[in-house]
Structure formats: structure tokens, C-alpha cells
Design a protein around this ligand. Structure first.
Ligand code: ATP
Ligand code: MG
Length: 294
């Protein structure tokens, strides 16, 4: 059964999509079978993974949500063998309206997962910047959520609002929903405000805040326009290093939660991302660069 993680924050531009794409890619490179659900009508995650939205306009997450397609028929390959995607396009805006009169309209995504959840280790959902019906579907279908948080003054206010929504979801729809972590994004260690927000979050949420912070890194903002996750665009960038570490933290948390596996491996021997996969990714990236140059 897949671990289903929604990346949610109603605030726009905080790094939800960047984090969803890159965490998913890093899990995939660690040979975890991963499915990315693009649940945002902007379709940024689809484009960022090199998906031509027009090719899939007849079958994508919109058709799944409104019940016109099975999820398994709307899943496509990416450049990484362990990473699949269910893309989105602008039609998804219509789904919120079309579902208004439907029964159990917040259950659509959850129901869709029933037939595919056993095929994956991880399902990551990129939510839109709102707390509407789409995000509600994601939080209802997920067992965990990650909050990407831009380290800035107003971040905490929005965070409190999100926590209220989570409380409502937990009490009325999905009592199992738990926080996987708060992920500090676009971090600049030289800015005192950033350090302050980071300290406040760690005081309030302790080890629920990912140890890894995502630095502001220009490569991370460039890679989507090449349709590539950062590890296939620049494996040696700070952005790659950070997202590989986030994926590692997630994988390790899951190992810690499975006592039988701890006995088997011993804590220090927890498998990390295999070196040969990183080398393979680097080679692939070099080939891509040569192709781009030609
Ligand atoms: N760590 C980073 N360093 C530099 N640029 C970043 C970083 N993370 C994200 N960005 C850039 O910031 C912008 C917003 O990021 P992103 O699209 O991931 O946010 P979002 O929360 O998904 O936005 P939306 O709410 O619109 O869906 C994008 O242009 C992205 O390339
Ligand atoms: Mg986004």
C-alpha cells in the first residue's frame, strides 16, 4: 500500500510544485515506485516533468475526478523509470464546479486511488494554491501531508489557517491524516528573518520540521523550463543535494516506523540512495546537455 503524501499550502508560490516534482524524482531514483498526481489546473508539475499536456488532454486527472476515467488509464511514463505521473490541465478548474452537485464530492480522489495504491511505494499530490474542493480531495485521500513553507514573515499566518483546515478534515473525513513534515523552502541562511522563522518553526513543531532546508537555488527555478527534475538537470547543484536529502529523510522515517526492518538492517545501515543510481543520473544529465548543445 502506497504512502500517500499531499503537498499543500493555500499560499501561492511557496515551492509546492518544485518540491513535489523533486521529492518524487529523488524517491524514484532511490528505486521507490512513485506516482505524482498533478492536482493543480495550472499543470505546472506536468510541464516541469516534460509532459506535453495537449497529448493527454483526453485523459488526465480531470477525467479521473469527474469519473470519466479510471486512474490507471490516466497514468503516463516520465524520463525516470520509477516515476509515473497523472497530469493536469486547465480543464481541472471545471471539476470544482461540476462536482458541486455531486454526492461525496470530496471522496473522488480517494476512491480513484483504491485500484492503484498497491502498485506504488509513494504517491505525491501537488495541490493548487487554495483550500477548495481539489485540496480537500487531496487531504482526504492522503495519509500524510507536507507543508512547503517559504521562510518569510507572513508564512506563519497562512500556516495557522492550513492547520485549521487540517483539523476539520481530520475530524470529519480523514482521522488518519498526519503531518509528514514542514519543509522550509527558498531558504537564505544569510537573512536573519529566515533564521528566525526557521527557529520559530522548530520550536513549535520540533522534529516535524524537515532537517533539510531547501536553499534558494537558481538551478531549481531553471529546471522546469527544460521539463526536468533537478537531478536530471544538475545533479551537483545545491538544489539536487537538498531534495535528495529530503527524500532520504522520508525513506528513513518509513524505515523507523517499521520495527521489523530496523532489526534486519540496524539503524546505521539504513540503505541510502545507491551511488550507482546517482552516477547513472549524472551520465544521463551529461548526455542531455550534449543533446541540448547540439
Ligand atoms: N528553492 C528554490 N530556489 C529558487 N527558486 C525556486 C525555489 N523553489 C521554487 N522556486 C521558484 O519559485 C516559483 C514558485 O515555486 P513553485 O511553482 O514550486 O510554487 P507553488 O507553491 O507550487 O506555486 P503555486 O501556488 O502557484 O502552485 C517558481 O518559479 C519556482 O521555479
Ligand atoms: Mg504549484
Amino acid at each position: 500500500m502506497a504512502k500517500i503524501i499531499a503537498l499543500a499550502n493555500q499560499k501561492g508560490g511557496v515551492g509546492k510544485t518544485t518540491s513535489t516534482i523533486n521529492i518524487a524524482a529523488c524517491l524514484a531514483i532511490a528505486e521507490k515506485k512513485t506516482l505524482l498526481i498533478d492536482l493543480d489546473p495550472q499543470g505546472n508539475a506536468s510541464v516541469g516533468l516534460g509532459i506535453d499536456k495537449e497529448l493527454h488532454e483526453d485523459r488526465n486527472i480531470y477525467h479521473v475526478i469527474i469519473g470519466q476515467s479510471e486512474l490507471k488509464d490516466a497514468i503516463y511514463d516520465t524520463e525516470l523509470p520509477f516515476l509515473k505521473i497523472c497530469p493536469a490541465d486547465g480543464n481541472l478548474i471545471g471539476a470544482e464546479i461540476e462536482l458541486v452537485s455531486e454526492m461525496a464530492r470530496e471522496q473522488k480522489l480517494k476512491n480513484a486511488f483504491a485500484t492503484v495504491a498497491d502498485d506504488y511505494d509513494y504517491i505525491l499530490i501537488d495541490c493548487p494554491p487554495s483550500l477548495g474542493l481539489l485540496t480537500l480531495n487531496a487531504l482526504n485521500a492522503a495519509n500524510k501531508y507536507i507543508v512547503p513553507l517559504q521562510t518569510e514573515y507572513y508564512a506563519m499566518e497562512g500556516f495557522a489557517q492550513l492547520q485549521n483546515t487540517i483539523r476539520l478534515v481530520r475530524s470529519s473525513l480523514n482521522p488518519q491524516l498526519e503531518m509528514e513534515g514542514v519543509l522550509l523552502t527558498m531558504f537564505d541562511a544569510r537573512t536573519s528573518l529566515h533564521k528566525q522563522v526557521s527557529e520559530e518553526m522548530r520550536n513549535a513543531f520540533g522534529d516535524k520540521v524537515f532537517k533539510t532546508v531547501i536553499p534558494r537555488n537558481v538551478k531549481l527555478s531553471e529546471s522546469p523550463s527544460f521539463g526536468k527534475p533537478i537531478i536530471l538537470y544538475d545533479i551537483e547543484s545545491k538544489g539536487s543535494e537538498a531534495y535528495l536529502n529530503v527524500a532520504k529523510e522520508i525513506i528513513m522515517k518509513d524505515r523507523v516506523q517499521a520495527p521489523s526492518e530496523i532489526k534486519e538492517y540496524g539503524f546505521e545501515e539504513i540503505p541510502e540512495i545507491p551511488e550507482e543510481l546517482l552516477v547513472a543520473a549524472k551520465e544521463k544529465q551529461e548526455t542531455n546537455q550534449t543533446q541540448t548543445l547540439n
